[in-house]
Design a protein around this ligand. Structure first.
Ligand SMILES: *[C@@H]1O[C@H](CO)[C@@H](O)[C@H](O)[C@H]1NC(C)=O
Ligand SMILES: *[C@@H]1O[C@H](CO)[C@@H](O)[C@H](O)[C@H]1NC(C)=O
Ligand SMILES: *[C@@H]1O[C@H](CO)[C@@H](O)[C@H](O)[C@H]1NC(C)=O
Length: 387
């Protein structure tokens, strides 16, 4: 009789374990490019001048989240040289994982969600107050990170601010500039206009603001990803908007109320995630490939000549799509926001390609699992004859 449990355990061993993961990309306060959860590891690609050759440094260390979830997103708290990771652990979707880039140490902040849904939101981290603002199912929430560079023993809480005027089905596309949250593709808002939430007054502006291109045209009213450029000091003044079709990169300046149109990313991927430093916009696509667009504020002629290029030192150590291992592929990524996620990179987003890749991998694993199961079932029936 003991043979039956033995076979059952063999069957269990043979079952495929599918692990999804989605990397996230951000910067530290000196604008080294950081990539977390890519091919199972975390990487420091250094500053922009070093991206085109060599090898990114492996900064994988203890205390990190498993990066096994979908829609993982990460955010730089510039004043604190600290990164906050959301959805880094599928088993604990409400936790915020904190990476102190100065001491290279991780800790896990427990967070009470209340009515906030950590599986569907987009968020920005306010530069000056270090408070996250998130839109989820049409409701605006905040999460005050205080000055945390490491987790507090007491839980933090998502706090409900109010219902947004944008409707429950609005898939947030949002970015921060001048302490104002800009919402794009809001229903019934003209192309080229953003709706605004003024953080310091906790106030939804009643009228949208127009950000025309120099030729009078407008960025499209469509879903996409948005992320803010940093300044050396002080609040963000500009943010990039990349429509899901990747047809262009729009940079919106909230000082001049204008928009520049720059080339769209070479990889058109609605599930890609973006992060901006001061002088670059970085894309991580759903296969885990990184590329960047050099950028210079207030220099339209330089920007007009800029072209997307690979972040080669990350590809050298974490080849895109490698790993069937899936670490590489992002099931989704932040901001992700994919559609719903934060992006601010948003936030959680979803990456598709990688999603596809993960699905393919999962299917092939399942296929292998099924073959094994069939063999084992055959063995089992042979044993059963003897029982
Ligand atoms: C990831 O994001 C997609 C799109 O918003 C959402 O449908 C899905 O539930 C999210 N997954 C998780 C685990 O949060
Ligand atoms: C961390 O915990 C201490 C003590 O409970 C509390 O005074 C402090 O406000 C907390 N910090 C944050 C950011 O919540
Ligand atoms: C840009 O728009 C803001 C908000 O509507 C307004 O306060 C500001 O004066 C505008 N700036 C310029 C240069 O038009």
């Amino acid at each position: 009789m003991f043979r039956v449990p033995t076979i059952v355990s063999l069957l269990l061993l043979a079952l495929p374990t599918t692990v999804f993961s989605s990397p996230c990309v951000t910067f530290d306060a000196t604008f080294n490019l950081l990539v977390f959860g890519l091919n199972g590891k975390d990487w420091n690609a250094g500053t922009q001048d070093t991206w085109s050759s060599g090898s990114a440094a492996d900064i994988t260390t203890s205390g990190r989240p498993p990066f096994d979830g979908e829609n993982t997103t990460c955010y730089l708290a510039q004043f604190f040289n600290t990164v906050y990771v959301m959805n880094g652990d599928a088993a604990n979707p409400s936790s915020v994982h904190i990476y102190d880039a100065g001491t290279k140490s991780w800790s896990t902040q427990s967070v009470t969600t209340g009515s906030f849904d950590p599986s569907s939101f987009n968020t920005i981290l306010d530069h000056d107050t270090n408070v996250f603002y998130a839109l989820s199912h049409g409701e605006l929430f905040f999460l005050d990170m205080g000055g945390l560079k490491a987790a507090n023993s007491s839980a933090l809480s998502w706090t409900d601010v109010s219902k947004s005027p944008y409707g429950d089905s609005y898939q947030p596309v949002m970015a921060l500039a001048q302490n104002h949250i800009h919402f794009l593709n809001v229903p019934d808002t003209p192309a080229g206009d953003a709706q605004i939430f003024v953080i310091h007054f906790s106030f939804f502006q009643p009228e949208p603001q127009a950000y025309p291109l120099p030729d009078g045209s407008a960025f499209p009213a469509t879903h996409g990803q948005a992320t803010s450029f940093f300044q050396e000091n002080g609040v963000q003044q500009e943010f990039a908007f990349i429509p899901d079709d990747g047809s262009a990169t729009y940079v919106i300046n909230v000082e001049t109320n204008t928009t520049q149109s720059l080339p769209g990313p070479s990889t058109k991927d609605p599930k890609a995630q973006y992060a901006a430093g001061i002088t670059s916009l970085v894309q991580i696509d759903s296969t885990g490939a990184l590329s960047f667009l050099p950028y210079k504020q207030d220099d339209a002629s330089t920007n007009a000549k800029a072209a997307w290029a690979k972040v080669a030192n990350v590809a050298a150590v974490a080849p895109p799509g490698a790993a069937s291992s899936k670490s590489g592929s992002a099931g989704t990524s932040a901001s992700r926001t994919g559609s719903t996620s934060p992006s601010g990179t948003g936030s959680p987003s979803s990456k598709s390609t990688s999603g596809d890749q993960s699905t393919n991998d999962a299917m092939s694993l399942s296929g292998r699992g099924m073959n094994t199961l069939m063999v084992l079932a055959g063995v089992f029936s042979i044993f059963a004859c003897f029982l």
